[in-house]
Design a binder for this molecule. Sequence first.
Ligand SMILES: Nc1ncnc2c1ncn2[C@@H]1O[C@H](COP(=O)(O)OP(=O)(O)OP(=O)(O)O)[C@@H](O)[C@H]1O
Ligand SMILES: [Mg+2]
Length: 240
Amino acid sequence: MTPLLVVNGLCAGYDTTQVLHDVTFTLTSGTITTLLGANGAGKTTTLRALCGLVTTRGSIAFAGQSLNALPTEDIVRLGIAHVPANRGTFLTLTTKENLRLGAHTRRNRREIAEDFERIYTYFPILQQRHDQTAGTLSGGEQQMLALARALLLRPRLLLLDEPSAGLAPIIVNELFNIIRSINTQEKVTILLVEQNITLGLELADHALFLETGRIILDGPTQAIRQHPTVRRAYLENNFP
Ligand SMILES: Nc1ncnc2c1ncn2[C@@H]1O[C@H](COP(=O)(O)OP(=O)(O)OP(=O)(O)O)[C@@H](O)[C@H]1O
Ligand SMILES: [Mg+2]
């Protein structure tokens, strides 16, 4: 159980508003953790804090190295890829151009070419769409492009902010199967913010529950799923 990410006493916010209060958790290498919580609880802010996109206090260590005060670019180089809720793709560029940008931190052309091949096996639709501009892709295709682009960084940790948002259930299933394969085959550790709690708990090994910027539950998904707070807040009406 090697910890890949160790977050201790993390506080973060915007201007004068503090959003995260003393957030402490660990991500174990090779696992999927889902970060749950109501709208405005601070889930997106947590992902941003890990990438150096908001001001923080407290400590964040990744593979034994402190991320405090590192610029986002360096955090990305260390192996943390962030797929934000708006997906962050360049809508006027083609699929292929967006993917190339994903590999911009890398130099070895042969390895990049191999990764393109591998990524097209996960996302065959992107190969069919490689000359189409990202803005004309469907929502599901855009999410796949965002995920594929993040993978081209060869990350050790993938931060996903609500990948299922706005997608039809059949596409979400396909996407989640791919996320599972990325975790098992590529050994990428994943921190997943997911509005669909049932799906998030199904996919993840571990769950964290944020309430107004504080972690109030932290444990294996089996235990969190049974917890009265989670059942009351989300599951009672649509979960057996
Ligand atoms: N750029 C910003 N400037 C000021 N306040 C912000 C900013 N972004 C978020 N906030 C505030 O921080 C709090 C936490 O927001 P955050 O986006 O982290 O929540 P979330 O858990 O991701 O919510 P959701 O489920 O709606 O995506 C909210 O009160 C929000 O209004
Ligand atoms: Mg959010």
